[in-house]
Design a protein around this ligand. Structure first.
Ligand code: SF4
Ligand code: SF4
Length: 377
């Protein structure tokens, strides 16, 4: 039977949409029914919200009910299907090696993989708009809304529901054979499309991600305390990083990949096709030092707008980036950083940054333990 207003059956329409998604370069695609309520995932999200675990990420407290289903006036009235796509940003091992050489000079290695090059979201949104146009063209009066971090939806849960991957114990969507270094996007539509089989969790007895987290941010498998997560603290937090977490957070400047790096599903890099150059690590992060970054916000410091043009790092804000750089300097405890940190402590307009610099100076002054002195000899 054909779908009303089209000449295709739901099976045929689903095949056409998936073929178009592949043509557009998405590494995985699947379809779920939009009127399917996400009871289990929504309950997990509400529990985390009510337990305060998501307090660092303000926007997650909004639109609580909208996150349950997609066929509402908030998302798309009359929605029947959601097409979920994944776009890979992982690089081949040889490309990463080249990046590491650049990283040795600057701050690249302290930036999460997805954020080292240009912001993927613009590129992803263009492709999603194109996919939504294609879906609209499949029938009369078909509506389709592209989404990529632009609506309050539990997108990882939808990705699992659509069979794009499973939600791992680290909370990431993992596509077997592809891994988890992907960005997700959706096209919600009023068109009836045959849904895929949801993908169940395939972690088995593995706990590598939970054990590797530097801040013990997992309350239990699948449940993350964002207040302890380096990614949330370096990107979303406005204000001071809790003292007990500063040394661990200082390992990173923006984001954290540890719980993905250790995942066996990501151990497949050499077989990947190369990514477009636009996603290579930007040379600006190989040419700037932590000291220079810490000076962002000072009257004669680097210009934040110019420095983060087209980069995901802009999301941290000038204050956040400078604060993160001070914490990283505190963790490194290099004598050469003292003058910059003293200048920031005395002159920076942000109290949050001044206090981060004070903490870093106290770290510099802290007596080293015997083992670390021996390591440096
Ligand atoms: S991103 Fe980093 S800090 Fe956050 S849960 Fe994963 S390993 Fe832990
Ligand atoms: S590291 Fe292991 S437990 Fe964690 S997401 Fe990967 S497979 Fe699952």
């Amino acid at each position: 039977m054909t779908v009303e207003g089209t000449s295709s059956t739901p099976d045929e329409a689903a095949l056409l949409v998936k073929a178009r998604a592949r043509e557009l370069g998405f590494s995985a695609v699947g379809i779920a029914r939009a009127d399917h309520p996400l009871e289990r995932d929504h309950a997990r999200y509400r529990e985390a919200l009510e337990g305060g675990l998501l307090d660092v990420v303000d926007y997650l407290a909004n639109n609580v009910e909208t996150r349950r289903r997609l066929d509402t006036a908030d998302i798309l009235a009359g929605a029947r299907s959601v097409v979920v796509v994944a776009a890979r940003y992982d690089r081949r091992e040889d490309e990463v090696d080249a990046e590491v050489e650049v990283a040795a000079r600057g701050v690249t290695r302290r930036i999460a993989r997805y954020a080292r090059g240009r912001d993927y979201h613009n590129h992803l949104r263009k492709k999603l708009r194109s996919l939504a146009r294609f879906v609209r063209g499949l029938g009369q009066d078909v509506d389709a809304r592209p989404m990529s971090d632009t609506a309050p939806v539990l997108e990882r849960a939808w990705a699992a529901q659509a069979g794009v991957g499973f939600v791992g114990k680290n909370g990431m969507i993992i596509t077997p054979g592809e891994g988890s270094y992907t960005l997700l996007g959706e096209v919600v539509t009023t068109l009836a499309l045959t849904a895929d089989v949801p993908m169940e969790e395939r972690c088995g007895t593995c706990t590598l991600c939970l054990d590797a987290c530097p801040t013990d941010a997992f309350v239990r498998p699948f449940v993350l305390d964002a207040r302890r997560c380096i990614s949330a603290l370096t990107i979303e937090l406005r204000g001071e990083v809790p003292i007990a977490l500063r040394a661990a957070v200082g390992a990173q400047l923006f984001g954290c990949d540890v719980c993905q790096d250790v995942c066996p599903y990501n151990a497949k890099r050499r077989s990947l096709p190369p990514l477009a150059d636009r996603y290579s690590a930007h040379e600006r992060w190989g040419n700037i030092t932590l000291e220079e970054l810490a000076r962002v916000g000072l009257p004669d410091g680097p210009d934040f707008a110019a420095l983060t043009e087209g980069s995901p790092l802009r999301r941290a804000g000038a204050e956040g980036l400078s604060r993160n750089a001070c914490l990283a300097l505190g963790r490194e405890r290099r004598r050469e950083s003292r003058a910059v940190l003293e200048e920031i402590e005395a002159r920076h307009p942000s109290e949050v940054v001044r206090r981060a610099a004070s903490w870093a100076l106290a770290e510099l002054d802290r007596p080293r333990d015997v083992a670390s002195v021996r390591r440096q000899q």
